[in-house]
Design a protein. Structure first.
Length: 308
């Protein structure tokens, strides 16, 4: 579990380029009173407001992406815990694909990445999907640290327009629920088995197909060290496994174009009888991001040109 201490306020990320925003509202309680909800979307343009609100309550920043499977597991837990605290914390969600300056400012090497702000100062919380109990423990530590630094306000969202009750989501299919439980416990191999069973029952189950690809990626990257992987790839530019490892790490960290570019360059350099594993890995990664994504479309076009 992440150990949040006063020392954590030093140098976690570089937010200097994001501090001065022309749209920033008044600071302190005035800024907090203007907050319409306890969960907001933060952008490169509006982040100055988030920094100001962090002078009244701690702000939890959730860096995520639509293609990121672990993000979809962690984000609902963070939102649930935030709302249960009744205004003692604000959750700011950052889509790293849509807000590259924020992703760079937070040095987001992999996602999900969760960082808190206390009086404008960053505090690391955790990276990767974690179980709900650990989220609650880290939030409790965050509130203690905020109190030590005089940040003890409460957001008032009572004047916000009443929202309609959320429609009850249909229950998760049993094998999907089995896979999700396995992911939460860190048993990616069991999650792979559950998704494979779901696909055996219904080969057109797109959610199971996407989940299977995401879990396989998680299983691969959890065993890797970034520096060692990059060193091995640099030493063996035609070493397929070494290039696969770095591409996986790049994709998990949100560097989609880098991952595709690395594998396409490798594909172009390999003899034709060694290309099949690289093509298959590219197709698998395309499925993780989505066929409509412009990065996938561009990479598919380049792959086609290399094939023919």
């Amino acid at each position: 579990m992440t150990d949040i201490s006063p020392a954590a306020l030093r140098g976690a990320v570089d937010l200097s380029s994001l501090r001065n925003r022309p749209t920033a509202p008044p600071s302190g309680s005035e800024a907090a009173a203007a907050t319409p909800d306890l969960v907001v979307d933060a952008t490169d343009e509006t982040f100055g407001q988030i920094l100001e609100i962090s002078r009244t309550v701690p702000v939890v920043v959730d860096l995520w992406a639509e293609w990121c499977g672990p993000c979809k597991q962690l984000s609902p837990i963070i939102e649930k815990v935030t709302r249960e605290l009744n205004g003692k914390v604000l959750l700011a969600k950052v889509d790293v694909d849509a807000n590259p300056q924020l992703a760079q400012g937070f040095r987001a090497q992999s996602i999900p990445m969760v960082v808190a702000l206390i009086a404008g100062q960053p505090v690391p919380m955790f990276t990767g999907a974690v179980p709900e109990q650990q989220v609650r423990e880290v939030f409790a530590q965050l509130l203690q640290l905020a109190a030590q630094n005089g940040v003890t306000g409460t957001l008032d969202v009572g004047e916000a327009p009443e929202s309609q009750p959320a429609a009850e989501e249909p229950p998760m299919p049993p094998l999907h629920a089995e896979a999700f439980a396995a992911i939460e416990s860190g048993d990616y191999a069991a999650a792979v088995v559950a998704y494979e069973k779901a696909l055996a029952e219904n080969p057109r189950d797109e959610d199971a197909l996407a989940g299977l690809g995401q879990v396989r990626l998680l299983d691969r990257v959890q065993k890797l060290d970034l520096q060692d992987a990059r060193a091995a790839a640099a030493a063996g530019p035609l070493d397929i496994q070494a290039q696969f490892d770095v591409a996986d790490l790049d994709l998990a960290g949100g560097h989609v174009d880098d991952a595709f570019g690395r594998l396409l360059d490798l594909f172009a350099q390999l003899p034709s009888d060694q290309r099949t594993p690289v093509r298959e890995r590219l197709v698998e990664l395309f499925g993780l991001i989505g066929a409509a994504d412009p990065r996938v479309i561009a990479a598919r076009n380049r792959l086609s040109s290399l094939l023919f």
